[in-house]
Every structure is written in C-alpha cells, then in structure tokens.
Design a protein around this ligand. Structure first.
Ligand SMILES: [Zn+2]
Length: 223
C-alpha cells in the first residue's frame, strides 16, 4: 500500500475517532442507550472500514423495540418491496437489513443484539471489497456449498450472507472458534481481510497523530 494512499486516507480521517465516525453514520436513534450499543457494536471494526463506510456515505437507522424495518425513512420503495433469501422474506421479517439506496448504503437494525448489528455492518463493509477479495470469497462459497459447511442456514443463503455471518462471528470468541472449526478457509480469509485493514488503520492513525503533534510551521511572510 503506497505512502501516498495512506497519507490521503489520513487527511480524509481529519482526526476523527471511531466514535465520531460511528455517530456520524447514525441518521436516527431512538435513545442514547441504543446509540451506545451501536458504538459498542461497530467499534470492533478497523478504523479504515469505519472511515470508508462513513464517507461512502452509510446511513444507519436504529429501530426501537416493536418498530418495523419498513418504518425506516432511509429506505426506498424498491427496498421496501424487495424479497430476500430462498424463503422470499419481506423487509419486516428481518431483524435488520442493509442495501444500497440511490447514493448511500442504508443499514436498518434493531439495537437488541451486538451480533445482529455487527452482521449488518459486515454487509456494509463488503461494499468496499476489492474484485480480488470478492473472487476469493466466491470460490470459498462455491466450496462451502459443495460440502454444506455453513455455521448456520443463513450463511448458505447467498454470498453476502456467507461473508456477513463469518465476519460477525469473528468478533465473538466462542463464535470465532465455531467458524474456525466449520470453515477454516473462510476463517483465514476474514482474519486476513480484517488484519490488513487493521494494519492500514494503524498507519493512518500514526500519521493522523503526527499531524497533531507537529503542527505546520507558520509561514514567514515577507512584509
Ligand atoms: Zn445478512
């Protein structure tokens, strides 16, 4: 990864913290407890991925208990009518959903569990996968289908669910172990994706801090 690329990302970050990036994506929250749950859920993701998601932009709509996903104002009529998975479930049968709407990624999720929040954000993250990474996951998915090696039925529904389930499992020690046991190749792929994103994040963070520590010298203008 070139220094120029890292430098550009660091300028784009502009000293924002993970919390600021996450809060900046939330377009609606029912209350502060839900906001804090979202921050706790998403801050496990590397800074780079939060930055890319924030700037894409991504809009997060947090549902309160009893609210239906279709009530989220960030969804388009097309997404509200859409059907998902082999069972053709509708928008209100989901605990959360993520889709590209016009010029942004819309993520609608209840604040009930960290797992569901992390799962939906994994769908956001896959939007930024390189074609090479996408092809690699596709190969693993074909393999997993051939051997029916899925952590749960949802993971077998589509390529998107396959990687989103794996990525969200990765953040919980017990589920991570399960993923490693069921599909070690996918585990390694997720480990590599998040590991590389973390390394880039550290380099961006170092440059960003460097800018704070050593401010630009003032220009000595001729009178
Ligand atoms: Zn999903």
């Amino acid at each position: 990864m070139s220094n120029k690329f890292i430098e550009d990302l660091s300028i784009r970050l502009a000293q924002r913290s993970k919390r600021q990036l996450i809060e900046g994506m939330i377009s609606r929250t029912p209350h502060q407890v839900a906001t804090e749950k979202a921050v706790a859920a998403l801050q496990v993701y590397p800074l780079l991925l939060l930055l890319l998601a924030h700037d894409y932009p991504t809009k997060v709509w947090i549902l309160d208990k009893g609210e239906k996903p279709s009530s989220a104002a960030i969804l388009s009529p097309r997404v509200r009518r859409k059907r998902w998975h082999s069972t053709c479930i509708g928008v209100d049968d989901c605990e959360g959903l993520t889709d590209v709407v016009d010029s942004y990624v819309a993520m609608v999720v209840s604040w009930k569990t960290l797992l569901v929040m992390r799962h939906e954000f994994a769908h956001v993250v896959t939007t930024f996968f390189s074609p090479a990474t996408r092809r690699k996951i596709e190969r693993l998915y074909v393999d997993a289908r051939a051997h029916a090696t899925f952590t749960e039925p949802l993971a077998g529904e589509s390529l998107g669910e396959y990687i989103a389930c794996a990525m969200s499992y990765y953040f919980f020690p017990d589920l991570r172990e399960e993923l490693l046991a069921v599909d070690p190749a996918l585990y390694n792929a997720v480990d590599e994706i998040l590991g590389q994103a973390e390394l880039v994040s550290q380099r961006i963070g170092q440059l960003d801090m460097g800018r704070v520590a050593t401010p630009e010298p003032e220009l000595n203008l001729a009178r």
